[in-house]
Design a protein around this ligand. Structure first.
Ligand code: NI
Length: 148
């Protein structure tokens, strides 16, 4: 129905390794803050990514997005870049950004935001473990404050 706002989520999984080290902190502070995660040899996670788009239902198709296209964009723009990578060394942005779950969610937003031909990106939810996830709703200027 026209004017009916719907939020649709697609889930995908990928595996990647990382370690945490901040150039702004001393070696001792890095060790204290990050503990085992500071080991530069890295460790792996099986991440679960949920991408939520919002839009109005197209009265012709009854759908809010082209599901096949969403799957393809996620595969090409995100999974292809991150899956089975050592994030710190193989993904250029993480040469200078610490690959925490928080930062990873922001980067996934950037990878997708301009690539979606339909609907609007609403939320990136990224699980590092089943017990820990972050949500990112995009930069404040994205209209999150005043969304429908
Ligand atoms: Ni970790």
């Amino acid at each position: 129905m026209a004017g009916t706002m719907i939020y649709l989520t697609r889930r995908a999984e990928f595996s990647a390794s990382h370690y945490y080290h901040s150039a702004a902190l001393s070696p001792e502070e890095n060790q204290r803050l990050y503990g085992k995660c500071n080991n530069p040899r890295g460790h792996g996670h099986n991440y679960v990514l949920e991408v939520t788009v919002r839009g109005e239902i197209d009265p012709r198709s009854g759908m809010v997005v082209d599901l096949k296209q969403l799957k393809e964009v996620m595969a090409r723009e995100v999974l292809e870049v991150l899956d089975h990578r050592f994030l710190n060394e193989e993904v250029p942005v993480f040469h200078h950004v610490i690959p925490t779950t928080e930062n990873l969610a922001v980067e996934v937003w950037r990878m997708l935001a301009l690539k979606l031909q339909f609907g609007r990106l609403h939320r990136i939810r990224l699980y590092e473990t089943p017990d820990l996830f972050v949500d990112y709703y995009g930069p404040e200027s994205n209209g999150h404050k005043g969304r429908e």
